[in-house]
Design a protein around this ligand. Structure first.
Ligand SMILES: Nc1ncnc2c1ncn2[C@@H]1O[C@H](COP(=O)(O)OP(=O)(O)O)[C@@H](O)[C@H]1O
Ligand SMILES: [Mg+2]
Length: 427
């Protein structure tokens, strides 16, 4: 089977890596891919925002299976466009991708299905006064979200009602996030550790199977300080998330959500990613994503013992899903980011020390935001530049491998968190 991965970040590099190792896959293509992916797959340029262009690339390379990495093409209907041409695509249709494309729609679906989630209300342009009045009803922790996609940067969590009110005004005016923010979702603040549970779906709600849980780190700074980012690190397994917790989340949240989608006429395929908060009142859904998380993907895929191509094919075609297996080894990913990320990352710097890290057998280096300069050197080309994934018998060993490799890589202004998986390793 020929597989085509859509996207060009660290997640897609990990997906390409997994597909390249799959016995079911004879050849891997990526569009647009990146310099790290080039060593495993043939890269083809594409505008990932254009579903017809994606379907066109699938035709051009005669892909048997298209695996869509990022949320934006899913929300724009990439899977619909590819399947309309008679090819298999891993991921939800645009109707299923609304779960991530509209937080308002998602919250209403969850409320209707009785899924535990934060109390909320949504407001559009012209309803600023009602939005500010709703803020007054909340208790000390205020959460403001854009309804639409905002690349992980559209959420404000604050104990200051003034800051919350400012965010509401900036969102509704369109000043902060354009149309994505012209509808806001306001939520009560929840407290507790977060957990990501990714579930593979084949269109039959009752057949959904969970992958190994992972923990990610959203804030830019050590100790979960500073602004939210796309994700600064991850680890798996998660000692705090045992089989009982996973069963509980499947029963109270994931299955009721999939059944509610079925009632809306959506037969959900691909990955359903539940972002959870483990509150004193039990696990609650913070949000759903409709694809692999990045960097969760970079710890989960290397631990997966299944043939990734076969798993994706079964999901995409609605066939029975195979039993999922994971290796016992631990994986820890540390994201190396550019100076000034997440605000305005500085790019174009030559990365040194990459070869040595890539040669290690206890580390996988996934490229996220890199480019090849005319002289052949690899330079920074985005906010998150590399995802360095260490492996080891324990989280502690995997963490040591990732940090040791990261310490050998550098460019001007490179930044990374020093506390990824630290507490899990100690515990
Ligand atoms: N109701 C809430 N209470 C407390 N923190 C929240 C709440 N909703 C979101 N957050 C925090 O904000 C982060 C981002 O919110 P999320 O809904 O996942 O949006 P996105 O990932 O699209 O930016 C969450 O991972 C969590 O840390
Ligand atoms: Mg999130």
């Amino acid at each position: 089977m020929k597989a085509l991965v859509i996207g060009g970040g660290g997640r897609e590099h990990a997906l390409v890596w997994g597909l390249a190792r799959s016995a079911s896959v004879t050849e891997v293509f990526a569009a647009p891919g990146n310099p790290g992916i080039e060593s495993l797959a043939r890269c083809v340029p594409v505008d990932v925002k254009d579903p017809d262009a994606i379907a066109g690339v699938a035709d051009a390379v005669d892909a048997d299976l298209v695996v869509v990495g990022p949320e934006e093409p899913l929300v724009r209907g990439a899977v619909d466009a590819v399947t309309a041409r008679g090819r298999l695509a891993f991921g939800p249709s645009a109707s299923g991708a609304q779960l991530e494309g509209s937080k308002r729609w998602m919250k209403e679906l969850l409320a209707g299905a009785g899924v535990p989630t934060a109390a909320h209300a949504s407001f559009g342009v012209g309803n600023e006064d009602a939005a500010l009045a709703f803020l007054e009803t909340l208790d000390r922790l205020y959460v403001i979200k854009t309804d639409g996609l905002a690349a992980g940067k559209g959420v404000v969590v604050t104990e200051s009602i003034d800051e919350a009110a400012d965010a509401v005004r900036a969102y509704l005016s369109g000043e902060a996030f354009g149309d994505a923010g012209r509808t806001v979702v306001i939520e009560e603040g929840l407290r507790g550790p977060e957990l990501s549970l990714l579930v593979v779906c084949n269109g039959d709600a009752d057949a959904a199977v969970p992958l190994a849980p992972a923990q990610d780190f959203k804030r830019i700074g050590d100790g979960d300080t500073g602004p939210n980012t796309g994700g600064m690190g991850a680890y798996s397994p998660v000692p705090a998330a045992g089989p009982h917790l996973i069963e509980q989340v499947m029963a109270t949240s994931v299955l009721p959500t999939l059944h509610a989608l079925e009632r809306e006429g959506v037969s959900y395929r691909g990955v359903l990613y539940a972002g959870l908060m483990l509150t004193p009142d039990g696990p609650k859904v913070i949000e759903y994503n409709v694809r692999f998380g990045d960097p969760e993907c970079e710890v989960i895929i290397p631990r997966l013992s299944n043939d990734l191509g076969e798993l994706c094919r079964a999901s995409a075609s609605g066939d029975p899903l195979p039993a999922i297996g994971f290796s016992d080894e631990a994986r820890v990913t540390v994201v190396l980011a550019s100076e000034h990320y997440p605000a305005t990352p500085r790019t174009g710097d030559v990365i040194s020390g990459l070869d040595a890290a890539e040669r290690r057998d206890d580390v996988l280096v996934f490229h996220a935001g890199t480019a090849r300069a005319p002289d052949g050197s690899i330079v920074t080309a985005g906010g998150r530049v590399l995802a360095v994934t260490g492996t080891g018998a324990t989280i502690d060993h995997a963490r040591a491998a990732a940090y040791d490799a990261a310490a050998g890589i550098s460019w001007p202004g490179m930044q990374y968190r020093s506390d990824i998986a630290r507490d899990a390793a100690a515990g």
